[in-house]
Ligand binder design. Structure first.
Ligand code: BTN
Length: 246
């Protein structure tokens, strides 16, 4: 079932309510506009009417949470497939959940989980992708780092043109999750963070290092400035390039 709205506070919030009421896997919610679009780590996601695709998709995994650590990575792979199919753009992925093109953020992914007796009873995968914006359409604070499919493709690419390919790609998400090694290999090949000098931001604490790799659960392996190694999970840190967004 696909629910389509003119406006919602957040498609993720709405789909979480449907999930609590027992909606099945594959339920999707789309809105032309979000008034309270949410991103990772409590950030907002700018979601003006008709300019981007704002979509949430429901999984019913019924498995322990450890088996879903690669969910956001698999969703990112699905999103890049859909972008390629819709407009021919080869999007990159900034670890862990940003879709990028030429150093600009095209969109992002917010996954949220619900539990019953220690198992994941639902997972909402929310994807927001900028489609039609020109640079001047973005608010000043986003203008230097945001991009859109229309800018990347060099031809108008609407949310409507992306919706079908993205829904189709998400139908393949359970398969991507099952083929973990293959999916993570595809994720790594698109990941623009690897090999870069990065800042890791945890609240007020900032450390620096080099992004070495992504393990088979989607965690980022980093060599700190003092030479020691650490593995960071997506829930705990924000990654920034040393000299800009990537
Ligand atoms: C991020 O950039 O950190 C993730 C952004 C995710 C935005 C999408 S838009 C559809 C869904 N509904 C939301 O409120 N958020 C996600």
């Amino acid at each position: 079932m696909i629910y389509r709205f003119e406006t919602l506070p957040s498609t993720n919030t709405y789909l979480k309510e449907l999930a609590a009421q027992g909606a099945p896997q594959g339920t999707a919610v789309l809105a032309r506009e979000q008034t309270g679009g949410r991103g990772r780590l409590g950030r907002s996601f700018h979601s003006p009417a008709g300019s981007g695709l704002y979509l949430s998709w429901l999984l019913r995994p019924d498995c322990p949470p450890e088996e879903l650590l690669h969910l956001t990575c698999a969703a990112a792979v699905a999103a890049t497939q859909a972008i390629e199919a819709a407009c021919g753009v080869t999007a990159g992925i900034k670890w862990t959940n940003d879709l990028v093109w030429e150093g600009r953020k095209l969109g992002g992914i917010l996954t949220e989980l619900g539990f019953a007796e220690g198992r994941v009873s639902w997972a909402v995968v929310g994807i927001g992708i900028n489609c039609t914006q020109s640079p001047e359409d973005f608010p000043p604070q986003l203008r230097d780092m945001a991009g859109s499919l229309t800018l990347a493709a060099g031809r108008k690419t609407t949310p409507e043109a992306l919706a079908g390919p993205l829904l189709e790609a998400l139908e393949g998400l359970p398969g991507l999750l099952n083929r973990r090694a293959e999916t993570l290999a595809r994720y790594r090949s698109r990941c623009v963070t690897l090999g870069r000098e990065i800042s890791l931001v945890r609240g007020d604490a900032v450390t620096h290092g080099t992004a070495l790799g992504v393990d088979d659960w989607g965690a980022l392996a980093v060599r700190r400035a003092d030479g020691t190694l650490e593995t960071v999970q997506s829930g705990e840190v924000s990654v920034r390039g040393m000299y800009g967004y990537i």
